[in-house]
Design a binder for this molecule. Structure first.
Ligand code: AMP
Ligand code: MN
Ligand code: MN
Ligand code: MN
Length: 289
């Protein structure tokens, strides 16, 4: 696909810079995601599937048909510190950049064996056949994620919903969680920089870090070229929005508005439904408008 783009029309009222399609662990196809965003009034959308850019051609074509501004994105899985997984959203990337393409392929390559390990651990607590079940949801073993396990296990009727499956079996410290090495922060930021993209720390309120660890992550991220953090995320409480507003100002990060929509009924918030960014923050899209 094309190189990173610049936009001429800078009037953005409803940006959503983070969401997923069936190309990773979302429930809607890339075209359906774009049509839903447009229907919800979004005027600048980024599709950011986990570790994969395969949905962007279809998404962009659909956005072009609708006359909606669209940004190529991806959410990169990163291992930071001793054992913390963090996510970095890359926006306005050149999706043909060989360093980025190769790096993402490397990150995806561990997913299948990790899924088999997860299934072995789940079998020990009486949940059998989880790999096969999750794969039915994922379609592609290179994209299999905990979200696919969660859908399969929820379907068995053991608990009431996908979130409860995480609480019982898949969250860190639960029986089906296995440690995994994703990209390093340095690698991810190198790939994103090389592809001309803007690096955004995704949903910082979701990482279970102490205040000290969080500041150390923000410092390293900044030092290595990270440009923005998700101040508004579907996963953030009002208190967390206030906290990350302060931190964005202090560290001089631009701010993103990011639903992290995965599908109807399975997400904190729908596409384009977050409140406006707080005052005195630089919207991340100003970095590439
Ligand atoms: P993975 O990349 O395989 O570790 O899967 C991470 C994905 O699982 C996230 O992107 C979310 O889609 C989903 N997820 C993680 N934690 C939760 C949770 N507590 N509730 C619902 N979905 C979650
Ligand atoms: Mn996800
Ligand atoms: Mn994420
Ligand atoms: Mn996400």
């Amino acid at each position: 696909m094309s190189a990173a783009r610049r936009f001429v029309n800078a009037a953005v009222n409803n940006a959503d810079m983070h969401c997923h399609s069936t190309v990773s662990d979302g429930l809607l196809s890339p075209a359906e995601v774009v049509r839903r965003a447009h229907g919800n009034g979004v005027d600048l959308l980024a599709l950011t599937d986990h570790d994969e850019v395969g949905g962007l051609v279809e998404a962009r074509r659909t956005a072009d048909e609708l006359g909606m501004a669209f940004v190529d994105g991806v959410e990169v899985s990163v291992s930071w510190g001793d054992d913390t997984t963090v996510h970095i959203v890359a926006l306005n990337i050149d999706t043909d950049n060989p360093g980025l393409v190769g790096g993402l392929a490397q990150v995806r390559s561990g997913r299948d064996s990790r899924a088999m390990e997860m299934a072995a651990e789940l079998a020990k607590v009486g949940i059998h056949g989880a790999y096969e079940g999750a794969l039915r949801y994922a379609g592609n073993p290179a994209l299999i994620s905990r979200a696919h396990f969660a859908r399969h296990i929820a379907e068995q009727g053991l608990v009431r919903d996908v979130k409860s499956v995480f609480d019982h079996w898949l969250a860190k410290g639960k029986p089906g969680y296995v440690e995994h090495s994703w990209a390093t922060l340095e690698q991810a930021l190198g790939w994103i920089r090389g592809a001309g993209g803007v690096a955004v720390l995704a949903h910082p309120g979701r990482f279970r870090l102490s205040g000290k660890e969080l500041r150390s992550l923000l410092g390293e991220f900044k030092e290595q070229g990270g440009a923005a953090i998700e101040v508004l995320s579907g996963a953030h409480s009002t208190q967390q929005v206030n906290e990350f507003t302060r931190l964005a100002r202090e560290f001089q990060f631009a701010a993103s508005r990011a639903s992290d929509f995965h599908g109807p009924g399975e997400s904190w918030i729908d596409l384009g439904r977050l409140p406006p960014l707080p005052d005195r923050l630089t919207p991340v899209w100003q970095l590439f408008l």
